[in-house]
Design a protein around this ligand. Structure first.
Ligand code: ATP
Length: 460
């Protein structure tokens, strides 16, 4: 009987695939499992985080597909995956359900800012902490303006909010049938607004942000202290919303925790879907690392060599990837194979005696770097581009990126108001130099170790 029910369920799944778009199937229906049949009632198990949504939105389509397959009237009940079943129910053994990738819709979106080609839905590893945020982002990319509007994604730094915004951008560029999509940080929005006011080019500014089908806005927490920008942002938001454009917003906290924000904007943020993104579990951390290893063609002497990284670094995916970069840099410097011993050695250097990175401020990092390299903290914030100062700045920016939860714009501001692309460039330069220059590697290792020491927060 079990086999027959299992077969029936796979036929129902095939019907469902025909009935809904690939992404809807992938997001909401693929994780479902038939639990049993109790008379005319088909019991379908759904993971906790999507159960209510599936019951509200998809019970009817599941029912009609079930009726097609069963050839008779049926009622569908969405239950927990582990809910006890009535004794009378025929039960279905649990089997894995295949996952589909979204179909290509064709067409080319108009060019706008460049999106990071590495930040795609394909490269985004899904786990319990980000499943809803990912699903909502993909739904928005597939059906801009129709799925959820606005979509508000919040969570601590380094967990993939920017990645999801870029993934939407990349997806729309590729499959969006010519829709236009624009990404901005609140910092860039503010700068461009101030610039527009100064140059009396406000109309251009408005056109720039309002003539778009999809606006992706990163780090809206920075709106809080900027009354004028907030006002302008509110109008931009309304203009887009009223014409059916899609808005996607990221933030480090929920709208209701943005205390200094005007109520009307907070209400706007709350009017669509608000979803969080939480730190990844161990399995997700391992998958992220494995994906990175495969993507970058890193040769591991043992497939589990990277397990200690996933064990130790638990709250920030950027830090997780940072540790892997260090391992690869150490490997290319020393020629030693990447096995668990090498990984542990590098991690011990990075986080001596600690289970996870300690929190440091950017100022502490600047101070430690300057002391070590014999430059002044003022020089780091100045326009000075001499080799010595530039290198110190790159190292300090790299460490700030790795050891703090500050965003790129915030780090840029702490270095004399530089912008976030300068910080990204500095981090890249520091990484490259570490992989080719033993002295640079040792410098960054020693500074990291020092900043992780318990007494490091005392100024030296
Ligand atoms: N689920 C994931 N799968 C693969 N890579 C991920 C995932 N989540 C985050 N990353 C990677 O981790 C790094 C940090 O992510 P991202 O910059 O998107 O974080 P964030 O939440 O926007 O942080 P911040 O608030 O500091 O800007 C990026 O390299 C991103 O590609």
């Amino acid at each position: 009987m079990q086999i027959q029910l299992e077969h029936t369920w796979s036929q129902i799944q095939a019907e469902l695939r025909r009935a809904v778009t690939d992404s809807t199937y992938h997001l909401w229906l693929a994780p479902l499992k038939a639990r049993g049949l109790d008379g005319d009632v088909l019991l379908v198990g759904a993971p906790d985080e999507i159960r209510t949504w599936v019951a509200d939105r998809f019970a009817r389509v599941i029912q009609s597909c079930s009726e097609t397959v069963l050839g008779r009237a049926a009622r569908v009940e969405i239950v927990a995956l582990d809910a006890p079943l009535p004794e009378s129910a025929e039960q279905v053994e649990q089997t894995a359900v295949p996952v589909l990738t979204p179909a290509r819709r064709g067409g080319q979106a108009a060019a706008d800012e460049a999106f990071n080609p590495k930040y795609t839905f394909d490269q985004f590893v899904i786990g319990d902490g980000n499943r809803l945020a990912h699903a909502a982002a993909l739904a928005v990319a597939e059906l801009p303006g129709q799925a959820y509007n606005p979509l508000f994604i919040y969570g601590p730094p380094g967990l993939g909010k920017t990645h999801l915004l870029h993934a939407i951008g990349n997806y729309v560029r590729e499959y969006g049938d010519g829709l236009t999509v624009r990404y901005t940080t609140i910092e860039a929005f503010t700068n461009s607004f101030i610039n527009a006011l100064n140059t009396k080019a406000v109309d251009d500014f408005k056109r720039r942000y309002r003539d778009t089908d999809i606006l992706l806005i990163d780090d809206v927490q920075f709106l809080e202290s900027k009354a004028k920008t907030e006002e302008e942002f509110f109008h931009t938001f309304n203009a887009l919303y009223e014409t059916g454009s899609q808005l996607v917003v990221t933030c480090d906290r929920m709208p209701r925790d943005m205390n200094a924000l005007a109520d009307r904007l907070r209400e706007r943020f709350e009017s669509g879907l608000v979803t969080d993104i939480r730190p990844p579990d161990l399995a997700t951390r391992m998958t992220i690392l494995r994906k990175r290893v495969q993507h970058d063609g890193v040769q591991l002497a043992d497939p589990d060599a990277i397990a200690p990284i996933a064990d130790r670094i638990t709250t920030n995916i950027r830090a997780l990837q940072g540790a892997l970069i260090r391992v690869v840099a150490f490997h290319s410097l020393t020629g030693r194979a990447i096995d668990q011993a090498l990984v542990t050695h590098v991690l011990d250097g990075l986080y001596p005696g600690a289970a996870a990175p300690r929190q440091r401020t950017v100022a502490e990092i600047q101070e430690a770097t300057c002391e070590r390299l014999g430059v002044s903290p003022e020089a780091l914030r100045s326009p000075d581009r001499s080799a010595r100062v530039a290198w110190a700045r790159q190292v300090a920016m790299y460490l700030a990126r790795e050891l703090t939860d500050e965003t790129l714009p915030a780090i840029g501001r702490a270095f004399g108001g530089r912008n976030h692309t300068t910080v990204l460039h500095a981090c890249r330069r520091a990484t490259e130099r570490m992989a080719s220059d033993a002295e640079a590697y040792e410098l960054v290792r020693a500074l990291t170790a020092r900043l992780q020491e318990p007494d490091a927060d005392r100024s030296s």
